[in-house]
Design a protein around this ligand. Structure first.
Ligand code: ZN
Length: 194
């Protein structure tokens, strides 16, 4: 099952390499003022990935403009961290998806597997059902799914759309890259949602 993959440190190392790739793109673009971007990673908590999470999960890749008077921070999209959420993005997808579908997992079981309490898991359901569909990202991105994905089926419908081949790591990469625009500042919340 998929949570076995989430116990495998090489899966998390792989997702870190995806983040390095996303960060390289951001760095190449530079700052909007024309300045160059310097490394300015910042510390992060990362929960839900088990005991063997690589050290690279102690921080999020980020940059800072090198020009005096600007010094603007530029944080690339991430395949690992979902905005400010403490739990890893893949876990926030998987746990909510496992509560849906033909044989939903019980909250207690998921709570044990991913070290997340009942209230946290309930918040993820609200996130996928109420907040995510309101993001500018989803309002555009939903058009690529034919037939349309029902909001009530999120995130299970996304999970099913991306994760179905023999190579789950690659499938997860595609899904998390797809979602990565919501992981940067301003990506998760549109006006009117707090
Ligand atoms: Zn700048």
């Amino acid at each position: 099952m998929y949570h076995d993959l989430f116990r495998d440190a090489s899966f998390w190392s792989f997702l870190f390499s995806v983040d390095q790739d996303l960060a390289a793109t951001t760095r190449t673009q530079g700052c909007s003022c024309g300045g160059r971007l310097h490394c300015a990673n910042y510390p992060r908590q990362a929960r839900g990935g088990g005991q063997d999470l690589p050290r690279s999960y102690d921080y999020r890749l980020s940059f800072c403009c090198d020009r005096d008077g600007c010094r603007k921070r530029a944080t690339p999209p991430s395949a690992r961290f979902l905005g400010r959420k403490v739990y890893l993005g893949a876990v926030v997808v998987l746990v909510a998806a496992m509560q849906q579908g033909p044989s939903p997992r019980r909250v207690r079981e998921l709570s044990d597997l991913f070290d997340a309490d009942r209230r946290t898991i309930a918040r993820w359901r609200v996130f996928w059902r109420e907040h995510f569909p309101q993001t500018p990202f989803w309002k555009v991105a939903r058009s690529r799914f034919v037939p349309k994905l029902a909001i009530a089926d999120l995130p299970r419908a996304l999970f099913d759309a991306f994760i179905h081949s023999d190579d789950s790591s690659q499938d997860w990469e595609r899904l998390l890259r797809f979602l990565s625009p919501i992981t940067i500042t301003g990506g998760l919340w549109s006006k009117g949602i707090s």
